[in-house]
Write a protein that binds this ligand. Structure first.
Ligand code: NAD
Length: 419
């Protein structure tokens, strides 16, 4: 799916939700496009002394509940439409979690993996200079996304502070703990999925202790989830990554697998487990399947082969709309990405709060406790909506998110009534 198809599909999601809720088309008109998208040209001096320009975007969707929030990605395939679609989806995600934010997203068209660090630093700093007045702790709070990390956030923060007389570090989240970041941010997305899986198991009367789990992806999200769910008593039996896959019906030794991955940069060749492909992983007779690698993995055909009772989406968009329909028809509980992987932005919110509290450090235990509370509340709200409307959890998530946004707009007078 290219950027413009992605934007159209996202807008269609909003339209369907507004129709189902019986709200006026004006609600859709207000939500279908971001409030503004700024285009930035970033001039960079290359190592050979030549000048190169890189194009970036920051899109702000709808600040109904508070300032804008969302990540910034550095990737060669970034497009304006993609950034706008992602900004809309961030509004839905923030709305589901009840965070006091509107959705935003940023992106710069570049391939940072092939660029020297000083060039990446100039891009990060130039992006922030270009956005100068658009960002702020009460305006728009960026965070890391694809190919950006605490290092990039530190450069961006430093550049932002140069243009301001106040030293407010809470304008960026996902910072290192040394400069105002929060404990537990790295593990947050995976831990959040584990909380969601625990709740989904209750719905399906599956005991989490001993429940079998298969995971696609063993990166930040997949590994964080694997460790968290195993600590809750589940048995992770299969994992695939870009190098291959491993399967052991008795359960994988995750510490040994992590050590193996650090040494060889992938799960392939791990002894004490059988090799497995992605297709085989999706078709395993497990309790829980977590796609945590890439988009578009479970299409209608793959969905026909899934034997898990629960699919919890760690990655963004791992299930196609057709795949989702098939899962629902087959009685499989699909917990959508905008709910399941929202642990990252939720802990980013706690980091922002920590900053607003004068930097008083939140202990990791407190971060986890609050994350649990937020994820459970969101899960229950989405479940109740899906049962109320007789739809899948994916559709229920969209309905719940759009309903909250619509009511906020009506209260603030952005639309004259909902009907
Ligand atoms: P990552 O780069 O750390 O890990 C990606 C993993 O996917 C790696 O293990 C990689 O080997 C694996 N992978 C790549 N190609 C594969 C293939 N063909 N088959 C099987 N595995 C393959 O990325 P991440 O941060 O873990 O993010 C994963 C997904 O979760 C992405 O869709 C991302 O947008 C989404 N997400 C991430 C966060 C976060 O906090 N990092 C938050 C929300 C959503």
């Amino acid at each position: 799916m290219n950027g413009s198809e992605f934007l159209q599909a996202t807008q269609e999601t909003i339209r369907v939700a507004v129709d189902t809720l019986g709200y006026s088309p004006n609600v859709y008109k207000m939500l279908r496009i971001p409030r503004r998208t700024l285009e930035v040209n970033i001039g960079v001096t290359m190592p050979d002394g030549s000048l190169e320009t890189f194009l970036g975007y920051r899109s702000q969707h709808a600040a109904i509940f508070g300032p804008y929030k969302g990540g910034v990605r550095f990737h060669q395939n970034v497009t304006k439409d993609e950034v706008e679609a992602l900004a809309i989806l961030m509004s839905l995600k923030n709305s589901i979690l009840g965070l006091p934010y509107g959705g935003a997203k940023g992106g710069v068209i570049c391939d940072p993996l092939s660029l020297p660090q000083p060039v990446v630093e100039q891009i990060a700093r130039g992006f922030v200079r270009g956005l100068k007045d658009m960002l702020g702790p009460y305006k728009d709070i960026p965070a890391p996304d694809i190919n950006t990390n605490p290092r990039v956030m530190a450069w961006m923060l430093d550049e932002f502070l140069k243009g301001h007389s106040e030293f407010d570090f809470s304008v960026f989240t996902g910072k290192s703990t040394n400069i105002g970041g929060i404990e537990g941010r790295t593990a947050a997305t995976g831990l959040g999925i584990a909380f969601i899986v625990r709740e989904a198991c209750k719905v399906r009367n599956i005991s989490l202790r001993g429940a079998t789990v298969a995971i696609q992806g063993f990166g930040n999200v997949g590994r964080g989830f694997a460790l968290a769910v195993a600590a809750m008593g589940a048995k992770v039996v299969a994992i695939t990554d870009a190098t291959g896959g491993v399967y052991s019906p008795l359960g994988l030794d995750l510490q040994a697998l992590s050590t193996h991955c650090e040494a060889t940069r992938g799960v392939r060749g791990f002894t004490g487990a059988d090799a497995i492909t992605n297709a085989e992983l999706f078709a395993l007779p497990v309790d829980v399947l977590v796609p945590a690698a890439m988009e578009g993995q479970i299409d209608a055909q793959v969905a026909q082969t899934v034997r898990a009772a629960i699919v919890a989406e760690g990655a963004n968009g791992p299930t196609t709309p057709d795949g989702s329909k098939v899962l629902h028809e087959r009685g499989i509980l699909e917990v959508p990405d905008i709910l399941a992987n929202a642990g990252g932005v939720t802990v980013s919110y706690f980091e922002w709060v920590q900053g607003r509290q004068g930097g008083l450090k939140w202990p990791e235990r407190k971060v986890e406790r609050y994350l649990d509370r937020y994820m459970v509340a969101a899960f229950n709200a989405v479940l109740a909506t899906s049962l109320n409307y007789g739809v899948s959890m994916r559709d229920g998530a969209n309905l719940f998110a759009v309903d909250r946004l619509a009511k906020g707009m009506a209260e603030r007078g952005w639309v004259q009534g909902l009907k």
